[in-house]
Design a protein around this ligand. Structure first.
Ligand code: PCA
Length: 201
């Protein structure tokens, strides 16, 4: 059976929970759309998230990798179109604040997602779930992990599909956080399952 590495992130900044962490933990070990799901939670740490991801890619040797991240404030499920070779932004969980840094000196300026993002968005909307392609994954950890996966695919494993999906806050998070739009955990999880289903087509 084919293998899918599904990554989420630990909580970060003012977000006391990260809905991607629970989704990844709940889908770990399941079989969906012809894929065995291997779920892993990554640290929100510029120094170690990339190497952790690369370790998992080498150890698990997946056919595809989908990384998930929380985009607090977004209203829709947003598969990302592109990752850029930049680290810049707020403090990570270790207190590091990169300014205009490059992820890989020898890397391309950007890599397009190799996931079927248009089909994912269309399928989600057919299922009644708001979705749109996002044209920026930002320059924080989510972009960093998306870039690392695509750079690895480009340089080591061209057949491995890779990309990133940002999801809105869960109700659980919104109750604690305050003024951010939120979805039920069930809908967030179903959205991820639908995207995996599209990948498996
Ligand atoms: N979202 C952040 C990092 C971790 C997460 O879940 C981001 O969008 O970069």
């Amino acid at each position: 059976m084919k293998k899918l590495l599904l990554t989420g992130f630990e909580p970060f900044l003012s977000y006391t929970v990260n809905p991607t962490m629970r989704i990844v933990e709940e889908l770990n070990g399941l079989e969906l759309a012809g894929y065995e799901i291997v779920g892993k939670v990554l640290p929100v740490d510029f120094a170690s998230s990339g190497t952790k991801l690369l370790d998992y890619l080498k150890e698990i040797d997946p056919d595809a990798v989908i990384s998930l991240g929380l985009a607090g404030g977004r209203y829709k499920i947003t598969p990302e179109r592109i990752a850029i070779n930049v680290k810049d932004g707020a403090a990570d969980n270790e207190g590091h604040i990169p300014i205009d840094e490059t992820i890989h000196l020898e890397g391309e300026p950007g890599y397009f997602s190799t996931l079927p993002i248009r089909q994912m968005v269309n399928r989600l909307m057919e299922e009644g779930l708001p979705a749109e392609i996002s044209n920026t994954a930002g320059t924080y950890l989510c972009n960093n992990v998306m870039y690392e996966a695509l750079h690895y695919a480009k340089t080591n494993k061209p057949n491995m599909k890779a990309g990133f999906i940002h999801i809105p806050a869960s109700h659980e998070l919104a109750i604690q956080h305050g003024k951010i739009p939120s979805w039920s955990h069930a809908d967030l999880k179903r959205s991820v399952e639908i995207c995996i289903g599209v990948l498996g087509k």
